[in-house]
Design a protein around this ligand. Structure first.
Ligand code: HEC
Length: 181
């Protein structure tokens, strides 16, 4: 009896080991940070900012805010895009831009390779700034779920700050230094 129990236990632990070594849930980051900015973060935040705004024309000012169910639903989709994009941003092994890609405005921006070096030197700082965008996105989501346009407008400010905090550190740190000597 003892022997067979031992065999069963050995068998079980082998099974467990086999299960652990089979990595079926590994992330496969394909897009670059730049891609995520262009395809998710920017379009979603632009749409969100545009949904609560004041438009000044020659014929007066128009306060724009979501009203219909569809407009609130759209705002919600955009907030979700921003929130979950922040998880994509912190997946390890994601590159900043395509191999050999250069900064588009080299007078103010550092190169994608330099950004990547900064991120790898201190991944926690990167995570903290991505979490900052998460937090702002969550405030927007809560405002949307409460259908509170004023709160959504405030969340828009927080969103803007969260973008700026990360960009100032990683994207154009030299411009930032020049502005704040
Ligand atoms: C955790 C850091 C981080 C946060 C937060 C962040 N960004 Fe970025 N963003 C970057 C980095 C790094 C780049 C530079 C990548 C590149 O273009 O080479 C960038 C580049 C961009 C670009 C230029 C993309 C291109 O075509 O070169 C846009 C647009 C942009 N971000 C928009 C936003 C907006 C809008 C927000 C906030 C809603 C935001 N980002 C928040 C890190 C961040």
């Amino acid at each position: 009896v003892h022997k067979s129990l031992l065999l069963v236990l050995i068998g079980l632990s082998l099974l467990t080991l086999a299960g652990c070594s089979r990595k079926t849930t590994e992330y496969r980051p394909t897009a670059t940070v730049k891609d995520l900015m262009e395809s998710l973060v920017e379009p979603a935040s632009d749409a969100l900012w545009g949904s609560v705004t004041t438009i000044v024309t020659s014929s007066g000012t128009e306060e724009r805010a979501p009203h219909t169910n569809k407009e609130w639903a759209n705002a919600r989709h955009q907030a979700i895009q921003i929130i979950e994009a922040t998880n994509l941003l912190i997946i390890p092994g994601r590159h900043i831009a395509g191999f050999g890609e250069k900064a588009e405005n080299p007078e103010v921006e550092i190169s994608p390779e330099q950004i990547e070096t900064l991120v790898n030197q201190d991944p926690q700082a990167w995570t903290r700034l991505a979490n900052g965008l998460y937090d702002a996105g969550l405030v927007a989501l809560q405002a949307i779920d409460a259908r509170n346009a004023d709160a959504l407008s405030d969340a828009g400010q927080k969103l803007d700050t969260a973008c700026e905090n990360c960009h100032a550190r990683y994207w154009y740190p030299t411009k930032f230094e020049n502005e704040h000597p």
